[in-house]
Design a binder for this molecule. Structure first.
Ligand SMILES: Nc1ncnc2c1ncn2[C@@H]1O[C@H](COP(=O)(O)OP(=O)(O)OP(=O)(O)O)[C@@H](O)[C@H]1O
Length: 218
C-alpha cells in the first residue's frame, strides 16, 4: 500500500551549522505506529518539522498522500491531515483560553464558530479535559499544556499524528492517560520519545536516527 507520508533522501543543515540530516528516508503507512529514536541533537525534531513543511530540506522529497509537497500551499494542504504536536507547548498555544486554542484548528479547516466549539468540546470530553475548557492557556501547568496541545491537534482529526516528546512534564497519572488516548487512536503515529518505558507500552516500530540517516531496528 502506498505510504500516507514519505520522506526520501532528506538533507538539511541550519545556517552556519554542520549538516543535521544527510539522506534521511522514512515511509509511514496508514495506521503505522513508529518511534523515532536517537541521541539528543541528532535531528528528530528537525525531521518532524520538515515532514510538515515548517523547515525545507536542501535536498530530498516530502510526499503526502501520494502527492509531492514542495510549495507552502502544498504544505498548508498537508497540515490539514498531518498534525504535529510540538516539543514545547508554548510554540503551539497562543489563544487566551483553552477552548479558543482547541477551536482554532477546526475554524481554520472551515468550520463555523458553533461547529468548531462543538468539535472542540467533543475532543476535550474524549480526553477528559473539560475542566480546563475556560482556563487561561498561559496559566496552565506544564503537564496541562501538553495535554491541551494534543487536544488542539486532535480537534483537526489528522490522518497522521506526529508527537515530539509527548510525555515531557507529565506526571505518572497523566502519562497513563496519554497512553490510553494514544492506544485508542487509529491514525498513523510517529512519536519522538526518550521515554523507553512509555514507548514499550505502545507497540511501536523503532526507527533510529544516526549520523543524519534513519535505520529500522535490526
Ligand atoms: N533553530 C536552530 N538553529 C541552529 N541550530 C539548531 C536549531 N534548531 C536545532 N538546531 C541544532 O540542530 C541539531 C538537531 O536538533 P533537533 O532539535 O532536531 O534534535 P533532536 O534529535 O530533536 O534533539 P533532542 O532529543 O535533544 O530533542 C542540534 O545540534 C541542534 O542544536
Amino acid at each position: 500500500m502506498s505510504p500516507v507520508l514519505e520522506l526520501a533522501g532528506i538533507h538539511f543543515a541550519y545556517p552556519g551549522r554542520p549538516a543535521v540530516l544527510t539522506g534521511a528516508s522514512l515511509r509511514v503507512g496508514a495506521g503505522d505506529r513508529i518511534a523515532l529514536v536517537g541521541p539528543n541533537g541528532s535531528g528528530k525534531s528537525t525531521l518532524l518539522r520538515i515532514a510538515v513543511g515548517l523547515l525545507r530540506p536542501s535536498a530530498g522529497q516530502v510526499t503526502g498522500f501520494g502527492r509531492p509537497r514542495v510549495t507552502e500551499t502544498d504544505f498548508q494542504d498537508l497540515r490539514r491531515d498531518v498534525g504535529l504536536v510540538f516539543q514545547d507547548p508554548d510554540d503551539q498555544l497562543f489563544c487566551p483560553t483553552v477552548i479558543e486554542d482547541v477551536a482554532f484548528g477546526p475554524r481554520n479547516l472551515g468550520q463555523g464558530r458553533a461547529e468548531a466549539l462543538a468539535t472542540s468540546e467533543t475532543v476535550l470530553r474524549e480526553m477528559d479535559l473539560m475542566h480546563l475548557r475556560d482556563r487561561v492557556t498561559h496559566h496552565l501547568s506544564g503537564g496541562e499544556k501538553r495535554l491541551v496541545t494534543l487536544a488542539t491537534v486532535l480537534a483537526m482529526r489528522p490522518r497522521v499524528l506526529l508527537l515530539d516528546e509527548p510525555t515531557n512534564a507529565l506526571d505518572p497519572e497523566n502519562a497513563a492517560r496519554l497512553l490510553a488516548i494514544l492506544r485508542g487512536l487509529d491514525q498513523a503515529l510517529v512519536m519522538v520519545s526518550h521515554d523507553a518505558a512509555f514507548r514499550a507500552q505502545l507497540d511501536l516500530r523503532e526507527v533510529h536516527l544516526r549520523a543524519g540517516r534513519l535505520a529500522e531496528s535490526p
